[in-house]
Design a protein around this ligand. Structure first.
Ligand SMILES: C[S@@+](CC[C@H](N)C(=O)[O-])C[C@H]1O[C@@H](n2cnc3c(N)ncnc32)[C@H](O)[C@@H]1O
Length: 195
């Protein structure tokens, strides 16, 4: 059991459809593009993928089996898999688009999850963070609650940018663009496009 399974009810997971940051994500890929998401939670992007009329296949992956199970129930038309974002099972260049929404904050380091998305995606990798970045040059791991039960990371923008710039075959086209959302204020985007 992980923090998410122990402390949240997947069936009551906070649904968000058609928010400003989600409009932005939807505007970033074509109607027929296929898409894989890491840390998908209980189907929030699947709701939006449908809402925005996307026709391409969607696959949601998450390390928490309870979320994946709930997502299957809600969206049997899509693919779902229990997977750690550090090790995706997909072959190279299987999907047009790779997506992470409020997920890489929890993976205890961004390198592997971002490299995995760049490995399995062909066209674009869309990264959305809600935890702000810092000007410190260290990547800090912070506990969210007193017990340190759920850990999230605050990353150094300098280290993150130089890491993204070092990924072979990809260009960073959007850097730390904040798309405000009334409900969840912080949504910082980074987008990589295949060269
Ligand atoms: C804040 S929730 C975001 C969920 C969803 N993307 C959304 O925006 O509603 C963070 C998610 O990351 C997942 N997660 C945490 N560590 C992970 C890992 N190593 N690999 C894959 N998913 C992970 C959790 O299970 C949880 O569903």
């Amino acid at each position: 059991m992980n923090w998410w399974a122990e402390n949240t009810d997947p069936a009551k997971y906070q649904k968000r459809v058609d928010t400003k940051p989600f409009k932005f994500i939807a505007s970033q890929y074509g109607e027929d593009d296929s898409i894989i998401e890491i840390g998908c939670g209980a189907g929030v992007w699947a709701d939006n993928h449908k809402f925005y009329g996307k026709k391409g296949m969607y696959k949601g992956t998450d390390v928490t089996p309870e979320y994946v199970e709930e997502s299957w129930k809600q969206h049997p038309e899509f693919q779902w898999e229990v997977a750690d974002a550090n090790w995706l099972s997909d072959a190279d260049k299987t999907w047009d688009i790779g997506l992470a929404i409020h997920a890489i904050e929890y993976t205890m380091g961004y390198e592997k999850p971002v490299l995995e998305l760049c490995r399995v995606a062909k066209k674009k990798v869309i990264l959305c963070f809600w935890v702000g970045f810092t000007d410190n040059e260290d990547n800090a791991i912070r506990g969210l609650n007193a017990e340190g039960g759920m850990q999230y990371s605050i990353y150094s923008r300098k280290l993150f940018n130089s890491f993204l710039d070092s990924i072979e075959g990809w260009n960073v086209t959007v850097r730390e663009q904040n798309v405000m959302d009334g409900e969840r204020l912080y949504n910082y985007f980074w987008i990589l496009e295949a060269k």
